[in-house]
Design a protein around this ligand. Sequence first.
Ligand SMILES: *Cc1c(COP(=O)(O)O)cnc(C)c1O
Length: 334
Amino acid sequence: MSDARPRPEPDLRAVYAARARIQGLARRTPLLRAEALERELGTELWLKLESLQPTGAFKVRGAANALARLSAPARAAGVVAVSTGNHGRAVAYVARCLGIPATVCISRRVPAGKQEALRALGCRVVVEGESQDEAEVRARALQADEGLTLVHPFDDADVIAGQGTVGLELLEDLPGLGTVLVPLSGGGLAAGVALAVKTAAPTARVVGVTMERGAAMAESLARGRPVPVPEVDSLADSLQGGIGEGNRYTFALVRRLLDDVVRVSEDAIGRAMAWGFERERLVLEGAAAVGLAALREGVVAPGGGPVVALCSGRNVDPDAFLRVLRAYGAGAGG
Ligand SMILES: *Cc1c(COP(=O)(O)O)cnc(C)c1O
């Protein structure tokens, strides 16, 4: 109840406040110079390894900020999330750390392996319906019946501020920041990073990168309002999903703060995943490799200082990763 009130749009102060709150829950991740990739690109390149967060993706930052802010009664009642992947894991992980009961609603289409990974984090898993939308209906019912707080994966002021802490770390570790390439889906990460980076270093460029087909934010920006898009299979499965036609924060923030939004093909994503593994021994899920893909394919022109590719997560199942290496690696026929 106490958390049903919409918060104002987050700002740089909210991002700094988030940083203090998430300490001990999310890691300060390394920013590493990617020398082997750099030689091929001819540009100074750094990798921000959010793939090294607990649960394997940056989403633990937003979840930590949102959960740490809850009142004592809201904590006691518990939280609920709708997710097929990284958001659910992040909420379950942080909830366990804080002793808050967590429920994750998923559809029957979520693979057994992912269900198990969620249960292993100690949360209640509720399987409902054939789609994310049906799982969300159940989550809203639990919110009403059990007084749970629904934690949104991106369109929430606290979640955006939490993701923005990535931007603060970039500013500290690389003061001469030129361009930051941010994977873009619902826009919580891009909005948060842009809030931090563009406020403190207005000349730095922040570019959102997404997949060619089924990219709801990119389509919505092109139309000038949030629009639904049909879901299409992608190697960047963590970038799938809509932005909500009643989007409250991320659409406006992304539209105002990002310098550009670019798209990369499935083949480009596959080649970037294989390239990252072969040259730097990085395991990146498809969504996390889109920045490298954009650079490698020349979709974004570097220039004006060092480039950072934000590597957002590592949660790709081994079979899928091996298929990508076989299809796109140096040893592949093509
Ligand atoms: C959720 C996610 C994204 C996209 O983040 P948004 O805030 O929805 O734009 C990118 N990469 C990974 C690995 C993710 O889990």
